[in-house]
Design a protein around this ligand. Structure first.
Ligand code: C2E
Ligand code: CA
Ligand code: CA
Length: 396
């Protein structure tokens, strides 16, 4: 049985090598897209392009049956060139159909840097399809950094210098993770799903530290391989910005993904929203003091996040959970609403300084210190710290 298995593997291997051109030309290679969701809003923030090979002879081939072979045989550029072109075309089709688009990230192998000028390839796709550059994002796996590190370092800087964002894929899977972060400039870190496999206290602590560290050095965070609601809740609580995994959807053809998103009420975030959330996303929410994040459209305030300490303070005044806070804000009488509005406007005006205000809630005095993290006219994100002055006085 073993030798039969091996024989078949070798057969597929040589088939892949001799048929890659044909597969690309005849459309046996399909691009599947997997949704990426922003934790703070639950909106679709992007998608990753993943190659599939549907062969007339061998049927469905998994990426691990053709990608390593193509890499070893120095043929991977044939696939990746095709994937990049398809991503560009897909985005163009969407724009022409007046449908909202979100950025697509694609995978680049270490070998690609030897076989093709990846940047020129992307530039050509962007030009031909008249795309904004920030709609194509480059994923490079951590293991790619081990060899040709100088060359890759220069390439990453060139990508970024030309306005492309570069992501470090599979962070934590290799042996050099921290060195890689020290030596290269990445925009986003994709935390390897292996961390999530054993979802225990230790792995949670490791992920929390990784997210905090990334924010401290100005790198965005995305967790992949997220399968359960519990994992989503945890990642949200530590301020991991984006999530990708079966929980939100498997990789699937673009049109299927559109239907899937509609069914799951995953709405695409706009470019402006993305810009603001990216900026606010670097703010570290893991701290001992109570902090919450508020979305402000210039009229209404909505609490989008609260850390554990904040939840505790609110519980102390008899309000449990975000939903309750939002309900209270929503049902304030006109005078209080106006006062809150005036405060929010003052916070926005005084950016980036903190502005304090004391509120009375059910006979308790709450001091809020807030500042605006990011925004554009008409939409801002504020962070607010809170202290229950009554409680402090009580406990003296
Ligand atoms: P990757 O870049 O780390 O891609 C994520 C892989 O995780 C995908 O496997 C995806 O289907 C899988 N995945 C996503 N969410 C979950 C989850 O919740 N649970 C589990 N168990 N798995 C999940 P896939 O599509 O089989 O791709 C495997 C690898 O092949 C990719 O890993 C990437 O390194 C490579 N690859 C795929 N497409 C391309 C491509 O077009 N070019 C290059 N160079 N490499 C590619
Ligand atoms: Ca990837
Ligand atoms: Ca990955």
């Amino acid at each position: 049985m073993f030798s039969e298995h091996l024989r078949q593997e070798l057969e597929i291997r040589s088939y892949v090598i001799s048929h890659i051109d044909e597969a690309v030309e005849n459309g046996y290679i399909e691009i599947y897209y997997q949704p990426v969701v922003r934790t703070l809003t639950g909106k679709l923030a992007g998608m990753e392009a993943l190659a599939r090979w549907r062969d007339p002879v061998y049927g469905f081939l998994r990426p691990d049956q053709f990608i390593p072979v193509l890499e070893e045989e120095r043929l991977i550029d044939k696939l990746d060139r095709y994937v990049i072109r398809e991503c560009g075309r897909q985005l163009r089709r969407q724009i022409d159909a007046h449908r909202p688009i979100v950025p697509i990230s694609f995978n680049v192998s270490r070998m690609d840097f030897q076989l093709m000028d990846v940047l020129s390839e992307i530039e050509a796709v962007v030009r031909e399809n008249e795309l904004p550059r920030d709609y194509l994002r480059i994923e490079i796996t951590e293991t790619a950094m081990v060899q040709d590190s100088d060359k890759i370092l220069k390439m990453i800087d060139r990508f970024r210098g030309n306005g492309y964002s570069v992501w470090l894929d599979d962070f934590g899977s290799g042996y050099s993770s921290l060195n890689v972060l020290k030596d290269y400039h990445f925009d986003e870190l994709k935390i390897d799903m292996e961390f999530l496999r054993a979802f225990n206290d230790t792995s949670r602590k490791i992920i929390t530290s990784v997210v905090m560290m990334a924010k401290a050095i100005g790198i965005h965070t995305l967790a992949e391989g997220v399968e359960t609601r519990e994992q989503v809740r945890f990642l949200r609580s530590i301020g991991c910005e984006k999530i990708q995994g079966y929980h939100y959807g498997r990789p699937m053809p673009y049109d299927e993904l559109l239907v899937h998103c509609q069914e799951r009420h995953l709405r695409a975030e706009t470019r402006e929203e993305a810009r603001i959330y990216e900026k606010a996303g670097l703010f570290n929410v893991i701290m001992a003091s109570p902090v919450a994040l508020f979305l402000d459209d210039g009229r209404n305030l909505y609490m989008a996040y609260e850390n554990d300490a904040y939840r505790k303070v609110m519980k102390g005044v008899g309000i449990s959970g975000r939903r309750a806070v939002n309900w209270i804000i929503h049902s304030l009488d006109d005078a209080r609403k106006e006062r809150l509005r005036a405060y929010a406007d003052r916070v926005t005006r005084n950016r980036p300084c903190k502005v304090s205000e004391t509120f009375l809630l059910d006979g308790r005095r709450l001091r809020v210190r807030a500042k605006t993290l990011a925004g554009l006219p008409g939409f801002h994100i504020h962070m607010a710290e809170i202290v229950d002055l009554t409680r402090d006085a009580d406990s003296l």
